[in-house]
Design a protein around this ligand. Structure first.
Ligand SMILES: [Zn+2]
Length: 177
């Protein structure tokens, strides 16, 4: 995103979401971090991404902690701008992003979703942790997907349990075209 005022401190209207871009051949990877609210610069970002000429654009949304309604609106506009990208990918969608994928029509735009972050809780020590789940070739059966992604607790080693309703958390898989 705009880096022109990098010398200044954070001010009230500066974006709370940052975008780190890394180019590898035909692929441009964009790592989004922070909070997407009315101070976002997603449309500027979309413009920059389009002008990069990259054939594949991979948006890593694993560190998007929160997105509000204005952020959702601008996100959808960004995805609309990126519809012409040959291969648009959303990876490591954070819990906040998954909520939107499940509830907001058009949130994914033309992107294919390769992986999401998912919540787990430990029944033994009550620790919570987040794991990455590959969804691209997973089929649309949430219970099977959760069963195939067993993990152990980082704190005590016990088996952790998926901490949401699979059918609800992976609802977006059913809407894939
Ligand atoms: Zn534990």
């Amino acid at each position: 995103m705009a880096s022109g005022d990098a010398a200044g401190g954070m001010t009230a209207d500066q974006p709370q979401v940052s975008a780190a871009l890394e180019r590898r051949g035909d692929t441009l990877e964009v790592k989004l971090s922070g909070i997407i609210d009315e101070r976002n610069a997603l449309l500027d970002l979309a413009e920059e991404l389009k002008q990069s000429g990259a054939r594949r654009i991979v948006i890593d949304a694993g560190d998007v902690r929160r997105i509000n309604s204005v952020g959702v609106r601008d996100w959808i506009l960004m995805m609309r701008e990126l519809e012409s990208v040959e291969d648009l990918v959303l990876q490591r969608c954070s819990l906040a992003i998954v909520v939107q994928l499940n509830t907001v029509h058009n949130f994914r735009g033309s992107a294919r979703i390769t992986s999401v972050m998912a919540p787990y809780a430990c029944p033994a020590c009550e620790a919570e942790q987040v794991e990455t789940i590959d969804v691209e070739n997973a089929g649309a059966e949430p219970e099977a997907l959760v069963a195939a992604n067993a993990h152990t607790c980082n704190a005590c080693g016990a088996s952790v349990e998926f901490d949401d309703l699979p059918d609800r958390y992976f609802m977006f898989l059913g809407s894939a075209s």
